[in-house]
Design a protein around this ligand. Structure first.
Ligand code: BTN
Length: 259
């Protein structure tokens, strides 16, 4: 069970995690963070839970993680950016988490569009970002991170594509250390992301993806497009060259062909 005092002890950030709400069990840390952000919670406030009863994934899916083995937490942000640039945030979070995990676990982390983090081609973490815009101004954004840290067994349907830091390193990983390093990395990249946005963070994200210039399959609303990934659009979409034309895909599931 997480305790606020332990999570804050030795934390090297200035404002990420200065206030932490730690729960044994909660429906979703994103839901809680959104509720407190709506009531004025300060930027950097964290909600963390040992267990989520309705953890949310992308595209309305569930995020299921064993208690006492993983990390599920959300951070409230109040970025001074235009609503149409919010699409940069998943790339910022992915790069920041990847760097933190590499530092602690010593394994190379890949980014998979739109919001997955992989090790050796298997997913160990996902990001869910939810924003609130009022009168064409960003009021707050909640970034939710789910990370498989020490989980060693996954349901049969997930096992072929899911992994954890423990499975990839063959050692138990200190969850609190990963949490603190992740908050520090998020804070370190935050200023640059909100000032120079897409141009800084996207090249870092692209340098970590194995999808670029590869043949990929994009499953979107029941139909599949196969093409070459050429990059990212300004809205954060995937640029795919298919049948001689470049298409921008905004929400889909992707697979690198042959993986
Ligand atoms: C995905 O890969 O589909 C995104 C998963 C995001 C899960 C995290 S766990 C903490 C936060 N609270 C939630 O309900 N979801 C996010």
């Amino acid at each position: 069970m997480f305790v606020e005092q332990t999570l804050r002890e030795g934390l090297k950030t200035h404002f990420f995690g200065r206030k932490i709400y730690a729960f044994g069990s909660i429906d979703s840390t994103n839901n809680c963070a959104k509720a407190i952000a709506g009531c004025g919670a300060a930027e950097g406030t964290v909600v963390i839970a040992e267990q989520q009863t309705s953890g949310k994934g992308r595209l309305g899916r569930l995020w299921i993680a064993n208690p006492n083995e993983n990390l599920t937490f959300s951070v409230v942000l109040r970025p001074s950016i235009a609503p149409d640039t919010l699409s940069v945030l998943p790339f910022y979070v992915a790069v920041a988490v990847a760097q933190a995990v590499e530092k602690i676990a010593g394994v190379q982390v890949e980014c998979k569009w739109p919001n997955d983090l992989l090790i050796h081609g298997k997913k160990f973490a996902g990001i869910l970002i939810e924003g609130s815009v009022k009168q064409n101004t960003v009021d707050h954004v909640v970034i939710g991170i789910g990370m498989n840290v020490n989980q060693q067994h996954f349901p049969a349907d997930l096992a072929p594509k899911a992994t954890s830091l423990r499975l990839e390193t063959n050692r138990e990983i200190n969850r609190v250390q990963v949490f603190k390093e992740t908050l520090l990395s998020l804070e370190n990249h935050y200023k640059q992301t909100t000032s120079s946005g897409f141009d800084t963070v996207v090249p870092l994200w692209l340098s970590r993806t194995t999808m670029l210039n590869k043949q990929i399959s994009v499953l979107q609303q029941g139909h599949t497009i196969t093409g070459i990934m050429k990059g990212l659009s300004r809205e954060g979409g995937l640029v795919v060259l298919a049948d001689g034309t470049e298409k921008v895909v905004l929400a889909a599931d992707t697979t690198v062909v042959g993986m």
